[in-house]
Design a protein. Sequence first.
Length: 673
Amino acid sequence: MHENSAQQKAALHLTGPLLLIAGPGSGKTTVITKRIQNLITLHGISPHRILVITFTRAAAMEMKTRSSQICLQAGGAAFGTFHSVFYHILRQNPRFREFSLLDTMEKEKILQGLLLLHGIQKEELWIAMEEVERLLTLVKNSGMDIDFLHTMQAEQLWRAAQICNADAEKRERYCRIVASYREECVLQKKLDFDDMLVYCKEILTEDPVFRRQWQERFSYILVDEFQDINRAQFEVLRLLSKEPYNIFAVGDDDQAIYGFRGSDPSFMKCFQEVFPGCITMQLTNNYRSSREIVDAAGACISHNQNRFPKEIMAVSREKGEFSIKRFTDRKQEDEWLAEACKEAVMYSVAILVRTNQAVAYYEALLSRVDFSGPDDAKRGERDGEKNGGMDGTGDVTKEAWHEGVAGDILAILQFALGKRDREQFFRFMNKPQRGISRIAVSEQVSFAQLRQTYGHSRQMVQKITKLEQELLFLADLPPFGAVQYIFSVMGYEKYVQTCDCQRVKERICMMRTMDELKEHARAYESLPDYVQWLQTCECTDAGRNGIGKGENGRKNGRNNGRYNDRSRRREGERGSEGGGIQIMTYHGAKGLEFDTVFLPDVRDGVVPRGRMLTQEELEEERRMFYVAMTRAKRNLYISYSGDIQADDRKSVFIRELEENDEKTTRETKPQNI
């Protein structure tokens, strides 16, 4: 894509702070990669002086890959997440050289001990642990100390941690636990994920020599998805920069949807105040969506007060469709949705939901729609051939990887719950490498038999025993803890980072899948329920859905059913041919695009979620709805069900859209003279 004048102007910017407000589908990644190229080739800036910060490891790798494709030297720049960059900085300081990262199990062990010590009963342990972990994250990301929790201003923070209804005694107990946890980490010389932000800010503030060292090291800083920044990250970014403040921040305040993690879009406005001489530019061309969708989405988000005013314009002249459907009951809505999906199945289709209802919609559609029509085998075969088998599925995705990350995790969890299938054991027994031979494994997997087989090697016996103990321990964990345990303690994450992939894109996909699996696990209370969900979404063998590599992709594509509940086609990988039907949450859809998008169940209490919302909470809910709307390229259908006469069932967002439609009709209607 050739850059437009606004993109070119931003990419050519050299000196001083620049805030680039980039709306949906405006080509912001193109601008970032082009600016990196310009800094190196036009201005002679050493790649080692350039720092590019993203919010996920996968995004960092993708940005590095795309930058290197247009400028080979760009690979020498530093690409990383806030946490990885800050951890690297901390490790260079003598004070923190002896500190190590706290893994998930170590963190849970510390918290369990503290919770029990402070009188939390065993039956309440896991709920309390989740609440305290949320509170810890928000406190650290907000840049506040423990004393702040005792003030009236902290009410929003308690609310964000979902502990707003707790009595004073419970709040005081949680404050003591948070303080004790931080003390225990210092004693053990451990850093958890959010400590990297806290201590990086502290050391850069207190040590001017160390601060100047890093200011000289990175004289050009580029930050993607700036709207998702929190206070601690913003403060460290300020400390890392010095005059003339060569910070290039790219984001869209209308797409800030991570308030529950401490993110705050108001820092985009703070950027202009904190960095003198800041230039603000906007990318207002939407290359993704039809005019009907862009206009509707713009009308929706315009009701937010805390935002940069902007006029997004649709570049596409292709005719699209936007409509709002009302039904008397949920059954009628589901029947309409199923019929509409039948008509749209030739294109990439997404059903986006506010909360985690993917399985419910999957089952509702599966009972009504035959997704394996006569043309689907050809389409599956073509997709397998074209993408090397890249066809994402699931709110947890089956990515373009020949082994299938989701299938590996499912195999591990099933094994932990008692299944002793030999083929399943083969999937994970050497991930990471343990040196277990396939011929050493009996039909009914037995660790005692394996120890006997490898009795001559003390090291192998220890590895086998360790794996057995890990699987036994895994069975008693809640889903989120279990997935974290597999990644961090059992070494699966290290395996992914070091595995031999033919394409960088494959490893990026694997990392995304891991992140999705972990996030989705939060929605389930028991491990069997989570495993059942994985089975329901058929996240078993990658090959079963036409996502193998090469010949396997072509062969298995013939069996590819057209239900896919997640598309991972991001910028540069997207397409509209034969995309299938994807189901995911609003949060999960961010960064993706589809030909047709359905937003069902948009009724009061669901969208926006909850009642008696503060103005700030309502605006974030509206931003989530805006993100969901702007995933659509051609067609967008919003629906809800309830008593036709009962207007209270209708979401406030639908009311706003209908009022805007009426206003537009009145303004364009010819007047009698």
